[in-house]
Design a protein around this ligand. Sequence first.
Ligand code: SF4
Ligand code: SF4
Length: 359
Amino acid sequence: MQTKRKHKTNDYEIEKITTQELFTLHCKTRRLEMGMIELTSTCNLRCLHCYLGHMTHIASSKKNEITLKEIQKYVDDFADHGCYKIILTGGEPLTRKDFLKIYDYAYTKDFLIFLFTNATLFDSKIASFLKDRKPFLIEPPVYGMTKDTYETVTRVPGSYKKFWDGIHHIKDQSLPLGLKFIVLQQNKHELFDFIRFCKEKNIPYRVDPFIHPRLNKDRQPYAYRLPPGEAAQLLYQCLGSEKLVNNRTQVFSHCSAGLVNAYISSTGFLRACPSLLELNKKSATNLRKHTFDEARRSLSTRPSFPVEKKCKTCTAFIYCNQCAGKPLLATGNKKAALEYQCRFALAVEKIKKDDIKVF
Ligand code: SF4
Ligand code: SF4
């Protein structure tokens, strides 16, 4: 079976192979599909809910950051292990002075590039550089549709204007743009405006109500999320139930993290995903001391979704975004289902049933 790229931009083509077949193939061969590199954990914003909030503004974060040379090596490692997609993320990746060199290197290696940036540092120079080296997707988060709301979340005066300037630079060069709305108590009243805007401008969008603890296990970000019932009601009203269905086909399934995806932290550690911190202190996941192969072999066994008795007969699992990494952060136990996700899923199912009854 062959995969083929016709051009270097959005037209990656997978010939005669379904996604499921590709997944099975990767499982058998241990070939990766997508690599993610956290270029930095620092950021120019100070978002209330940020899962890196304890690291974004401390000097040591910058000091221990992976170098350009190391990143180029990791890009090569991902390519050698079969990846054809790469996510460049942060923190805020554009805070790196060598960002364009990093981007260019990944581009010349023929990756489909997903750029996760908050867009506030996206200027005309970056936009023109990317014009001839198009990423697959640039996906900035939207924290509010008004200045007050946006800056209440980011806690940086002037960031709202910079955000929209960045979006205009992206649009001016016709770069592929998607937007994601992170739903918080502080901005929930602007979700409808966000969706209306995306529809009017024909911009693909998604909505994310799931907030996670910081990587140091600080649960403060939970204070900003909506109660699960309210989140379910709001998202159901805005998106309908179809868009809330996750792509899982069975209750108990394995997560693809570490199997077809892998993540490298800004300090050079290989992880299955950003949330799955390595528990085994003796593991060889430090890429500054070990080869990529050694690190990959050393990753803890393949993560599986929570296996709880109540889930066995549950029909709401299609709305339930459980995973192995988030419970580990929140509870220290990767087998425990997160209560928030569970209550959200059950609420969506109930709203849908009640809705049908009315008609
Ligand atoms: S833009 Fe992202 S990385 Fe920066 S503070 Fe906000 S959530 Fe954190
Ligand atoms: S909604 Fe609750 S009971 Fe159902 S699968 Fe998810 S965690 Fe399990």
